[in-house]
Design a protein around this ligand. Structure first.
Ligand code: ARG
Length: 458
């Protein structure tokens, strides 16, 4: 009946059973219980201090809420769909237990500012955790870079062998992406970490509340400045989902490379058995399930971003029930990103690289052609002419089924009289890599410096 609803006063008919289920959010917002109780304790404490409700009531409320918290954590709390959401489930139980004092808790507050508070409290803790997971993955990348500091592999453009690079340099490329991802999360935290409570339903409250005090109790460095915006702003959630999408795109690129590198065609890396599964029909198979799943999960995280953006698009101020739909994409993104980061950090740390195979691949595909051109430039030939000379040399190699390192000095000299015996030392894989010494280059000394820098930055 309408009478069991906290808002039942103006209703004469009970809610339709299906509508009740359709409008309820308790099945997914119950995970906000801790934040909801923490927020209510702070709100009640402030109400008492301001003389808005009696201090005995505050004591009863705080004790009652703590008991409810224990019950929920022990799995002894019956969540009811007819009480719609986590806020009303907790408040109704509180009033059941402590009577009138419980019914005073919602003074000067609305579910609209309450839910905005709960999500911000929730996301802010998750952001800190996610940043810690990013750090763990960064640690694994540094570990691999240091373990394999001078391993040479082919660098690719268009997925065609381009120039030799250090495998450690390739690992540090992902480190750069993850550092930016971390910065985006940190930045998102700044805007999430603002107290919206005190906005009431939309216009503020007639009671002499002290929002700054509540902010202090809940560890918020700032309070929101406009009540309408406080209850209708979900920018922080959209920002988080956007930052997460970018992060997942990075992980999907890394996944793709690991999948490719662990094929029998590449054999650059061997993923630990604990991150792979077999095939039920083909006995020889070891499938890279983890990177494949991470690559796949990028889709749902991108989908969650689009869901949230579409949800908020064109919504008039201030609160609209549509906004109840913000939670599932947000929670799913949090869970997915955390899971992917966690599994990736362990997988990367345990992956084994195959230096011989990488080097062999790096030596093929005319990977040092640019080094020959650069050699000619140092001998006084303009770069464009040098490019042409090397192009012809490569053609000669293709026609004679050989690779650049196999050319004799006499053959080199067919293409340019400037080429001397010192050519051989300038086109080894090591020379090619180590010549790229400018900031950001793949030279060993450069990569070592970047690893040191990354370690310092933590
Ligand atoms: N369950 C609601 C949500 O998630 C809480 C706020 C409801 N406010 C309201 N006026 N119906 O958004």
């Amino acid at each position: 009946m309408s009478k069991d609803k906290l808002w039942g006063g103006r209703f004469t008919q009970p809610t339709d059973k299906f509508v009740e289920e359709f409008t309820a959010s308790i099945n997914f917002d119950k995970r906000l219980y801790h934040q909801d109780i923490r927020g209510s304790i702070a709100h009640a404490t402030m109400l008492g201090r301001q003389g808005i409700i009696p201090t005995e009531d505050v004591e009863a409320i705080v004790a009652g809420l703590k008991e409810i918290l224990e019950r929920i954590e022990a799995g002894n709390f019956d969540f009811s769909v007819s009480l719609e959401d986590i806020h009303m489930n907790i408040e109704a139980r509180l009033s059941e237990k402590i009577g009138d004092a419980g019914k005073r808790l919602h003074t000067g507050r609305s579910r609209n500012d309450q839910v905005a508070l709960d999500i911000r409290l929730y996301l802010r803790d998750e952001l800190v955790e996610i940043m810690a997971y990013i750090d763990r993955l960064i640690d694994s990348l540094i570990f691999q870079a240091e373990e394999n500091i001078s391993v040479i592999m082919p660098g690719f453009t268009h997925l065609q062998t381009a120039q030799p690079i250090l495998f450690s340099h390739h690992m540090l490329a992902y480190l750069e992406m993850l550092k930016r991802d971390r910065e985006r999360m940190q930045d998102c935290l700044k805007r999430t970490n603002v107290l919206p409570l005190g906005a009431g339903a939309l216009a503020g409250t007639t009671f002499p509340i002290d929002r700054e005090y509540v902010a202090e109790l809940l560890d918020f460095p700032a309070v929101t400045r406009n009540s309408l915006d406080s209850v209708s702003d979900r920018d922080f959630a959209m920002e988080f989902c956007a930052a997460s999408s970018i992060l997942m795109v990075h992980l999907s690129r890394f996944s793709e490379e690991l999948i490719l590198w662990s094929t029998s065609e590449f054999k650059f890396v061997d993923l630990s058995d604990s991150f792979c599964t077999g095939s039920s029909i083909m006995p020889q198979k070891k499938n890279p399930d983890v990177p494949e799943l991470v690559r796949g999960k990028t889709g749902r995280v991108n989908g969650n971003l689009v869901a949230l953006l579409t949800l908020m698009k064109s919504l008039p101020l201030a609160y609209n029930k549509d906004m109840q739909e913000d939670k599932e994409p947000l929670f799913d993104t949090i869970d997915t990103v955390k899971g992917c980061l966690k599994v990736f950090a362990d997988m990367v740390r345990e992956m084994r690289v195959n230096p011989a195979r990488m080097k062999e691949a790096a030596a093929g595909g005319f990977s040092t052609a640019t080094d020959v051109a650069d050699y000619l430039v140092r001998k006084g030939i303009p770069f464009r002419d040098a490019h042409e000379i090397v192009g012809k040399t490569v053609r000669y190699c293709i026609e004679n089924e050989m690779d650049i390192p196999e050319l004799s000095l006499a053959e080199w000299q067919l293409f340019s009289g400037r080429i001397e015996a010192d050519i051989f030392d300038s086109i080894t894989l090591e020379a090619s890599v180590n010549a790229r010494k400018a900031t950001g280059g793949t030279a060993l000394e450069r990569v070592q410096a970047e690893i040191a820098r990354a370690k310092e930055g933590r």
